[in-house]
Write a protein that binds this ligand. Sequence first.
Ligand code: ADP
Ligand code: MG
Length: 238
Amino acid sequence: MSGVKLTNVQKSFGAVDVIKGVSLEVPKGEFGVFVGPSGCGKSTLLRMIAGLEDTSGGKIEIGGRDVTNVEPAKRGVAMVFQSYALYPHLSVAENMGFSLRLARAPRAEREEKVREAARILQLSDHLDKKPSALSGGQRQRVAIGRAIVREPDVFLFDEPLSNLDAELRVQMRLELTRLHRQIGATMIYVTHDQIEAMTLADDIFVLKGGHVMQSGRPLTLYDDPDNRFVAGFIGSPS
Ligand code: ADP
Ligand code: MG
């Protein structure tokens, strides 16, 4: 069963081809990582999966359904960004439940979903606090909580840890792995950090210049890179 499937997906901005015919599949429930240098098209590809960017060609399927021309809110995806701007005047609980309020979900249902997300993210003791009273890691967890309450089939992460310091990044990597095991949703994670990719991924997709250079299990790419770029980027010494 396919979680997310791209077939010959293309994107041009004016005359510039940024995504050049990407085909790939992240199986349902797996953790897929798009890794590659800055400017290779990772965010553009993720935004197309989210529906925040039109495709110039190709097909996007989520859970076996063609969503290429479906509006973002109806794709069953939730995105977590690098700059996770929380509303400073709202509490943690209100921040996490905001999208449910916009969707006019009943209060009891909203509160239950926020409580459950807070439990998963170990934020239960912080629900009444304002974001300014939280640590950087806790704020990033609130941003992830905003996605969890929407119960998406697919979580999309765009470099969510790159604003955190090194120690916190290690801790959040472990938390993301735990979250994935616990929720079991399909996750696609974008990063330029090879170590993040190696430690988080079920499957890695190495991107360069709008192409997938190679994909596979982390150790397969490490031990058996197809080309010099993958070898250099994933960091096998041989
Ligand atoms: P990454 O996330 O891998 O760093 P991006 O997907 O942000 O890369 O960008 C890929 C390429 O597309 C870059 O060359 C960038 O300048 C270009 N690009 C991205 N968004 C736009 C846009 N809205 N208009 C024009 N060019 C864009
Ligand atoms: Mg990016």
